[in-house]
Design a protein around this ligand. Sequence first.
Ligand SMILES: [Zn+2]
Length: 309
Amino acid sequence: MSSKLISRLAPTPSGNLHFGNAFNFLLTYLLVKFHDGILHLRIDDLDGPRVDPKSVEDIFIQLEWLGIEYHYGPSGPDELYSNYSQQLRKDRYFNAIEILKKSGNLFACECSRSKIRNSSTSKIYPGTCRNKNIKFLKDSQAWRVIVPENTFIYYNTFINNRKQIDLKTIVGDFVIRRRDGQPAYQIASLIDDIEMSINLIVRGNDLIPSTGAQIFLAEYLKDSVFSNAHFVHHKLIKNESGNKLSKSFRDHSLKLLRNKNSSPTIVYQQSAKILDLPFEEIQTLQDLIEAFRSEMNRRNLLMKFDYQI
Ligand SMILES: [Zn+2]
């Protein structure tokens, strides 16, 4: 990677964090640390009504317990609400939506959720309203982005391989302004990433479609940093790597783990296990950092970022 690596932790405060979140944070942190990069904490609290102050608090408590330090971002709930909240940044998201609308890339959609479910065997929107020229209104309709046939999006993996996403097939015309008039996740997350000059995104496999949708939007918005960012998509710990972790461990919230174990060693060890690091020797975060560094230097780990993690 030629320029300074810049990444972010982007939890959504809609419930207590669980081990899968911790693994994502630790992996992001380890990669940033290894490359002497910059780490932001960004709490994705756009979804106002669903944001629970207790979940916000939980994020700060668990990050502190894990010992994960970041360079930029709120140091606690008060600072989040007064300076960093996505609620304070909605104008930026709406501006971007307006740019896309003016350039003719959006259409208004009046379909209800059940109508979409019934008209399509997949979960993909079948394009019902795309050619209806429905007048844009501020509420009671969603605004969608037109994704033409044969839209193939390419992204960089961590080691600079290019991977392809068939956006029309796996995402389709996606929502950018929700029926309730709020900006959708795809645009809010992208605008924040662009403004923070994020060039490494570590996220679960379930967000591969979002990677495609966001790069597609970034190209429309003429941003090149995000489109050229590196992506590490890891397995969803909760569902897919069951044989490596006991079920009770996977389903535990970090809060519960913290109450049961005064030290986060178990979280470091389980994360190391997933990364195929020699986990028995790991006691502290520093041990985990060292184990990670040594595997990275031997390039054993590096190749896995493309396929196995
Ligand atoms: Zn529609």
